[in-house]
Design a binder for this molecule. Sequence first.
Ligand code: CP
Length: 364
Amino acid sequence: MVKDKEKSGVHENGESPIGSEGLYPDPELLLHKDPIDLAILKKLVGKSIISVDQFDREMVLEICKFAALLEATEIASSHPLDGKLIITAFFEASTRTRLSFESAVLRLDGKIISIPTGKSTGVAKGESLADIGEMFNAYGDLVVIRHTETNSVEEISRNLRLPLINAGNGSGQHPTQALADWFAILKWKPKLKATEVDAKDKIHLGILGTPGSMRAVNSFLRMSLIFKDGIHSISIISEMADPLGPELQKMLEESEIEFKVTNDINTVLSDLDVIYMNSIAFLGDSYKTLDSRFKLDSNSNLKKDAVVLHPLARLDELDPALDGTDHNLYFTQAHGAVFIRQALMISILDRFDRLPEKEIPLKK
Ligand code: CP
């Protein structure tokens, strides 16, 4: 059943169903003549989501199509997570990730127990993450963890026998954010799904920041390489001399995508089709904010059809003056994260049989 477009679904004129400003591409465009391949999604059953590197192109596409189905239709109203209990363990501050996971679970009729801050756990008394992982085994069916330390996922996994979703580990990765990022891009330009993309449809991707020390940017760049067939070039705009680090540098070189690193935003901004930015880089125990030279506002020399993505929270690098423009894909990006997280949890917990089969366009 397609959502009631007046009450909760996609507005005919491309406006957000929740009244947010900016672009709101129709999720049905992602499903058009492209049924869902359940056999691929079933590979996620019982699995943990740790890093973008565990995904391939066909898996990302099926997750995004499943998310589009959840966004465009009422299939989620069949209580697919009924009886499942999700632990959201956030040892680092979060607005979007924790609340979008919890919103996703509750809208699927699952239950939540939540750690909103590490201070409310035995960590405050010196308890190890490995011991906390052992305890979690008895408390729930799936763990979502956010932590300031890059090795936190490895440590908690030592004794954890439940599937785990990495919701951001220090300067490491943020794989479900990258899925939400590419979900927004693919809804905006479904042609980028293909392995053969016309030269005129290929994008020049700009990344404002330091992928080597910004986990969302790091994961976004890795996932962008999965969709390299739709990218004609990548420009990294950063004040750092080496914003990539050796691993990402090697991955970019091996991708054979044309790429360059510059600290002068003005040399590339007007040519970019997609601009990905973030405000915060992790430097050991501290944060560094994006240089003020890289601020985007209504005076920025953006291409007419360019879209901006930002995982948020923003500081003053992204002026709210852009919110009401068609450059704003960042609110759609944040909104779509709920459906990506729903698609992942239904898949990991193998609750496909709770969905109304007749309403899912399945690949034969
Ligand atoms: N995008 C993101 O990770 O936001 P939060 O830090 O608010 O979770």
